[in-house]
Design a protein around this ligand. Structure first.
Ligand SMILES: [Zn+2]
Length: 103
């Protein structure tokens, strides 16, 4: 996955285009990410006991990873992620715009 948890990303397509947020969760098997504040739907929870009030909770829906761009922490631009180095340990993500390494 090119996107990791806690990355800042921007939505680059679909109806949420232009929105920015932090990645809360990565669903690697589905190639989807959950981005804070993006595509939040409200869900009603029914009262479980008599006398309790129902609640509304906000549940962010996942977006496909191809619809997000990483915001480079170095240059602040939404960018494509490249790689530098070989092998699982040496391989580093790099920003295609400023060519700096991203953690
Ligand atoms: Zn950059």
């Amino acid at each position: 996955m090119k996107i990791k948890k806690r990355d800042n990303v921007m939505i680059i397509s679909g109806r949420d285009r232009g929105q920015k947020g932090r990645v809360l969760r990565v669903l690697a098997d589905k190639n989807r990410v959950v981005v804070e504040g993006v595509r939040v739907t409200k869900k009603r929870i029914k009262p479980r006991r008599e006398g309790e009030k129902g609640q509304t909770v906000e549940v962010p829906q996942s977006v496909h990873v191809s619809n997000v761009a990483l915001i480079c922490p170095q240059c602040g631009e939404p960018t494509k992620v490249g790689y530098r180095g070989q092998g699982a340990k040496q391989k580093k993500r790099i920003c295609r715009k400023c060519k700096k390494t991203i953690d």
